[in-house]
Ligand binder design. Structure first.
Ligand SMILES: [Zn+2]
Length: 501
């Protein structure tokens, strides 16, 4: 995610920031549902097959979903848990937006989104299930018999999803239907057990495992779909077409539909980068930023392994949002005067393809791990693309604009907790979260880069990527790579930066 503050707050903080900067700091230097398909693929990855009938008129999806889940843990499993995020949009008093964002999230007033199940089967038999969680956002399937290590469960679901009229990750507005976090996705089982965290209003409150997907979407003929994965084909129908997608080794499946999309493409290595847009003048620019970021990050961190990457202009009011192989970009950034932000946000979301998409992490408890790396990767892009001097200029410019100053304003205007490494629910608001996780987080990485030197730093990023791609990493995995590459222990460094209050 890359958030952008509303202009008023931003202006005030920029002024305070510049003043404080001058006063205090000299410098900071800153469904097919047959079993054959799965046998061909990795048996131990969860497999999702979803058939969707989409009605833009009604703002609904009617879905049939099959999930094959293999118990890869050492213990028997007695329940299966799924996040059903559409229900996080069900209740006005429990929405996913902080109070100050409500009017922008629901310009026409609160509009509920939700999911309703019609049938759930386990191993082709009716099964017991319950819906629980803060906003009814966890589906629990009780297994008749424990699932032993190595055994596979076959879950079948029929459900309807109602979209909120809201320009966010999940919802629709004038130009696009945004389908992020729209289907039941398995919770992650790790050393803490099942992770059943709700959809917090701050950060990107998601955590998922690499899986395989086959998704078919029936949609009116005049619509275009941008999605995770590769388009296998389009079956022509009378009123509706069926778009078939396959996505292998990704940790989520998102899509955006619009009857206004214009498409441009560019090839970088083995990847086709797509720009989907409805603002004619700047769609090509978004393509250029996205493709350049892909080329630069391929070199800096390691090869992006997928065949497609889509940069998608959306009705989205808070900057941008990353999903595997697809990024949603706030449509208003395609206005000419927002050009700088279009570049920063597009590059930021593309960097998330490495830090979140390929190397995953728990974005609730370790949000800095992907967010600080992503923010710093964005800075590095400017150096690679326009020259080292430009990297520093951009860095300073961002300082002037208030980006990193947010951290300092925060630091010197309030006597509060400055630790970066906290669960999402311990941050007060977006301002604090942005100042610390993005701002202070990026400054921390800038410091370590200066201490260990450019060459080592790049080697750390490459090694961290190579060792952890297609998995979920923990902070200790990052510390370990720093130590392996430099022969020096960095735990004190990280402890000070991450936990000092
Ligand atoms: Zn982000």
């Amino acid at each position: 995610m890359r958030i952008i503050f509303s202009k008023r707050k931003y202006l005030v903080s920029s002024i305070i920031a510049v003043v404080l900067f001058i006063l205090i700091f000299g410098s900071y230097n800153l469904l097919q549902n047959n079993r054959d398909a799965i046998e061909k693929q990795d048996r131990y990855l969860t497999w999702y097959g979803i058939d969707v009938v989409f009605s833009p008129q009604e703002g609904t999806l009617h879905c049939k979903q099959r999930v094959y889940y293999t118990n890869t843990e050492e213990n028997p499993i007695t329940n299966l848990y799924f996040h059903i995020y559409p229900n996080a949009f069900k209740y006005e008093d429990k929405t996913v937006f902080p109070p100050e964002e409500m009017s922008r999230a629901y310009p026409d007033g609160f509009w509920p989104g939700f999911i309703e199940f019609h049938n759930i089967e386990l191993n082709e038999k009716p099964t017991t299930y319950t819906i629980q969680g803060y906003s009814d956002d966890i589906l629990t399937i009780v297994l008749d018999e424990a699932l032993e290590p190595g055994q596979r469960a076959d879950v079948w679901m029929e459900y309807s999803v109602k979209l909120p009229k809201s320009p966010g990750r999940f919802g629709y507005w004038e130009n696009t239907f945004n389908l992020g976090n729209w289907y039941p996705i398995l919770c992650v089982y790790d050393e803490r057990g099942w992770n059943l965290e709700p959809y917090y209003p701050l950060g990107d409150p998601f955590y998922s495992d690499i899986s395989n997907y086959k998704v078919s979407i029936s949609i009116p003929k005049d619509y275009i779909i941008a999605a995770t994965g590769e388009l296998i084909g389009i079956k022509e129908g009378e009123d509706q077409n069926i778009w078939d997608f396959e996505a292998l080794k990704v940790r989520d499946f998102a899509w955006v539909a619009s009857d206004k999309f214009i498409t441009s493409t560019m090839t970088i290595g083995n990847t086709t980068v797509y720009s989907y847009y409805y603002t004619q003048q700047t769609g090509e620019k978004a393509l250029d930023y996205g493709a350049s970021a892909l080329r630069i990050f391929n070199q800096l961190f390691g090869q992006y392994p997928y065949k497609t990457l889509s940069i998608v202009q959306t009705d989205f009011f808070i900057g941008g949002m990353e999903y595997p192989q697809l990024v949603m970009i706030d449509g208003s950034l395609y206005e000419e005067e927002q050009n700088d932000w279009l570049e920063i946000v597009t590059v930021h979301e593309v960097a998330h393809q490495w830090w979140y998409g390929l190397v995953g992490n728990d974005q609730i408890y370790d949000s800095w791990l992907d967010e600080a790396l992503t923010e710093y990767s964005t800075i590095m892009y400017f150096g690679q693309r326009y020259g080292q001097q430009e990297e520093y200029r951009k860095y300073e410019e961002l300082l002037d604009k208030g980006r990193y100053q947010l951290f300092k304003v925060y630091r010197y205007s309030e006597d509060m907790n400055e630790s970066i490494h906290r669960p999402l629910y311990e941050f007060e608001d977006w301002f604090e979260y942005d100042a610390l996780v993005y701002g202070k987080g990026a400054i921390m990485l800038h410091e370590i880069r200066q201490e260990m030197g450019d060459e080592n730093f790049i080697k750390v990023l490459k090694t961290y990527f190579e060792n952890n791609k297609f998995q979920n990493a923990k902070p200790k995995d990052f510390y370990k790579v720093c130590e392996d590459v430099t022969g020096q222990n960095w735990e004190v460094f990280f402890e000070q930066w991450l936990y000092d209050k």
